[in-house]
Design a protein. Structure first.
Lengths: 252, 252, 252, 252
């Protein structure tokens, strides 16, 4: 099996924006884009499989088994916002070559559906957390839009690891513009607060009307866990790392 | 050398069920399927080789040397149970890509022989051990059959690592149904008791008549070792892991 | 995406010398060749991309994002020195195969532009530092030139790791001669002093007239940092290593 | 660059025996076969290069640089012993796939020159050392020859790691017979004593007349080092391991 996209439904979209949120630091990307999928009632139309994902299968509810995969959802705007392709999934690729291969496959798929803009979402680790949304882009124009929507330009020298970064780096080879929005987080546990901060910027940028209060309950729960953990010295940060194919990075 | 199957004998089978038991957690899979091979008097008809297996050779008795490999045995039923293809072997592949490649090769081989159902066997780690056999499947029907035979549906979120999982995940691409049966085990040493529990479910599911009492002596021995070890804190669990090609995972 | 060179400008050069300075021990190579690029006013004419580079993107100033890459600059001599192709970049490849692939790609690019000589630049770790420039070569003649310019022949048995070494080893397959110049360094921090020592030899060998005093300020700063660190036991040496795709090796 | 053999001289041999001695445990293989090359005055006729070797270059005497490589020497018998192809080299491949690729390339080269027998040489670790030479083979006949020459049949279950093992495992696919001879060694330092023990068996098996006393001086030196080290607890065994491309495994 090669890295490939399995199309579930033929869909025609008008210059959709691709928004990616695979698992990463504090799950900020996945939490954000999964929330959007649900809030918008977006529909799944394709899946991505790759031998570069870790070599396990996932047990869904009811004992049903499936490979780790990426999922593409589409949402048709009424015209006030752009159409969207929303990508979420279970994991990232395990090697440099795998990461390049998966990111290339995602961009080709988006391009084939007419996408000209890519937005990737993730976490941005700072010691004490914070509420900023950092942004970096291949395009000055996109950057300005994000800043107008409340984001802060990412400082020099802080690399963006994994697919959230590679999609941007590779987008320029395909003629697409791309930006990432990274929510500040302490990074120890899944951080729905950072996700909400990112979504505020994202929805404002795109003119999307999405009620974000649905995240408040899990934000409260996360706050309680953080408090309970505050006495404990945490060695590990919840971020994505290649683990030579073992175990789930995130069981959420 | 590419991953390939070397056919030793041409065999025609009627919709055989593929049962896989490569080394994994507490060797439950290998113990189970090896026992079946012997108890049924199944005959070897093919071998699988792969450059993704670890780069050593195995010394059999009498100073004879051979590559690590997978082995396929066939068993023809008298009609009350399905025909079987039984797969055992020395090792699993060392990387994500290797795991996908080997699993794909196994499924293609089984499909070419008319298989429509795949059963994988392994261990399921629980702190205190236990006697349950957990199951997860690509098919509701297979899952019901396993539950009727005494298995418990695997809970949400517990991934199945290695070929026992991947064969299931990839089976759906080939039009085959697949299920895994995982025997509860503490996982510290090879666990023939877990193997017996799995075989009870497996033989009942397939209508196989196999005397399982042949495992009792090694179950007793394992119990004694567990007792002797009970004072010692064990750090390591006996499970399969990629080790960058060094050493045998299991010398049994 | 495969490892490839993206040509930005068609350039005709007369038997140029390729000088490589990717990140490595104490950044000696990168500091040296970057200084040359600036001092000579060399112009960029090509970029090298590879899926073997680490899977992150770099945030330049102003929130602009780009893939890690190699950069080729050219400089046309007035005839007293050879024309130059200067290569700098962000990272080295992450695996043996990647290193061979990138090095081969660099040599093919240089050969296509008529290069017959390759010079690689890096650091040479010695406990107490020192001011020597060690050299090793595929060609007795180049070695003699370097020694005449003040370099010391590298002793037996000390391997040269990474692209600075591989370019030499692979050059012989392409009919090019190659030499490396390695500045002695303690290796704990970026070492502009070692870079200056290397550049003295290099410019003398090639008959380049370059004012090296521009490095003096950062040499002084590095000396101060070394002094401040002198009481602390440093476990880590600043050298290039594959890190399975994570993080920037050098943010400088 | 792909794994390939570079032929330096066309040579016609009569059913030569391939003897391999790349670096491995206590350097027994390399010491043995290098000694044979010198003692017999064998002539180099080919070199093997591979991107799976570690990514550094080696500095020979006089500042000359070269890639890690395998070397093939030939020796023409006067008829009392078989012709020989002797293989030595700098390193082994770094991954499972690389090991399979290099071993396959070696066997194809040997087959093309008419070889029907392969002998690999290495070390066999035992706690207290010892003077035995363990053997394991794909052929009962070769095994008997080794035993007659003083070797001991290797016990069950002790895997043979690296090219010394893989050449045997893969030989059966090419119609060649193969045997390995492993000299007992404590494994902490290069062990010329174990090499001498292996060479005694090897020369006896093949009817080679080689004076082995040339090893006595380095055996005495090794004994002195072992004594000096006898008070120190040694954690590391000198064996070959993949090190992700860094550093020389053995500078000898």
């Amino acid at each position: 099996m090669r890295t490939h996209v399995k199309l579930l439904k033929r869909v025609r979209l008008r210059s959709p924006v691709l928004i990616e949120g695979l698992p990463g630091l504090a799950l900020v990307g996945r939490l954000s884009v999964s929330y959007l999928v649900e809030a918008l009632g977006a529909e799944k139309f394709a899946e991505l499989y790759s031998p570069h994902f870790p070599y396990y299968v996932i047990v869904d509810g009811d004992g049903h088994i499936r490979l780790p995969k990426g999922e593409f959802y589409y949402w048709r705007s009424d015209g006030r916002a752009p159409d969207l392709i929303l990508m979420v999934g279970d994991s990232q690729a395990q090697t440099s070559e795998g990461q390049y291969e998966v990111a290339t496959c995602v961009l080709e798929f988006a391009k084939k559906h007419g996408a000209k803009t890519v937005i990737t979402v993730g976490g941005y680790r700072t010691e004490g957390g914070g509420h900023r949304v950092m942004c970096a882009s291949t395009s000055k124009e996109l950057l300005n839009m994000a800043v107008s929507a409340g984001a802060t330009v990412s400082p020099l020298g802080s690399p963006i690891v994994g697919i959230a970064g590679l999609l941007l780096g590779l987008a320029s080879f395909t003629g697409m513009d791309a930006i990432c929005l990274l929510g500040e987080t302490r990074g120890h546990i899944p951080d729905p607060g950072a996700a909400k901060n990112v979504l505020r910027v994202l929805t404002s940028m795109l003119g999307l009307e999405v009620d974000l209060s649905g995240l408040d309950k899990s934000i409260e729960e996360a706050r309680e866990i953080e408090e309970a953990l505050s006495g404990i010295e945490l060695e590990e940060v919840l971020e994505w790392r290649p683990e030579r194919g073992r175990g789930p990075e995130y069981i959420f």
